[in-house]
Design a protein around this ligand. Structure first.
Ligand code: 13P
Length: 245
């Protein structure tokens, strides 16, 4: 079973065609990455444009609908994401769980649709601040993994991302011990091995120490993935971690 590390950037609802120049710089660095993968998940309108110039840089969408083609105005399904040239799709990001009422079952259905379309789903889980303060972080993440991750997937065919909701965009992160603990809980709840990324305020300043935490197989990066210089510094941190092992 191979667990291949991944540094993935989630551009969220940012970016225009001009942002593809940042993507070009990231792709140039990704082309020399060895022993791990690099991906950028731009918004839908940039997906095919990004895929056409990405080279070894993986491209992903940020969501997909679980259904096959149909009368669902405004929605995009996994087959369309694949057809646009993407290799990944984020599912179950907390901004969709919270903002669009996505349940664990809905997230799992999206992940299954992604697998069926030949995409690698990046399934997101993570506790809220209230849940962490109540001492429930491990139990919440374990339950989310069990209910959101499909029961079977190919070797290397699924990625999990642990993103504490309170760490996203806040500049706050859990302690390194807390990250290690939750990654261990998540790993034990997976049906088979998968890379587990940490996400939530990963920056050039903290990437080295976070990527060195046992059980952290990479990062899912929001804000710091929008500027090539910042994201490349995080890619460099991953390369350093791969070298020292
Ligand atoms: P930030 O890196 O901006 O905290 O966002 C993390 C995230 O939500 C990535 O999916």
């Amino acid at each position: 079973m191979t667990v291949r590390p991944l540094i993935a950037g989630n551009w969220k609802m940012y970016g225009r065609q001009a942002s593809l120049l940042e993507l070009d710089a990231i792709a140039a660095r990704a082309a020399t990455a060895s022993g791990f993968d690099v991906a950028i998940c731009p918004p839908f309108p940039l997906l095919a444009l990004a895929a056409a110039r990405a080279g070894q840089l993986g491209i992903g969408a940020q969501d997909c609908r679980a259904d096959p083609d149909g009368a669902f105005t405004g929605d995009v399904n996994a087959a369309m994401v694949k057809d646009a040239g993407a290799a990944f799709v984020i599912v179950g990001h907390s901004e969709r769980r919270q903002g669009h009422g996505e349940t664990d079952a809905a997230v799992r259905a999206k992940a299954e649709a992604a697998l069926a379309a030949g995409l690698i789903p990046i399934v997101c889980v993570g506790e809220t601040l209230a849940q962490r303060q109540a001492g429930a972080a491990a139990a919440v993440v374990e339950a989310q993994v069990r209910a959101s991750v499909p029961g079977a997937y190919p070797d290397g065919g699924l990625v999990l991302a642990y993103e504490p909701v309170w760490a996203i965009g806040s500049g706050l992160t859990p302690s390194l011990e807390e990250i290690e603990e939750i990654h261990g809980v998540a790993r034990a709840a997976l049906p088979s091995p998968a890379a587990i990324l940490y996400g939530g305020s990963v920056k050039p300043t903290n990437a080295v120490e976070i990527l060195a935490v046992p059980g952290v197989d990479g990062a899912l990066v929001g804000g710091a993935s929008l500027k090539a210089a910042d994201f490349i510094a995080i890619i460099d941190a991953m390369a350093q971690q791969i070298r020292v092992g």
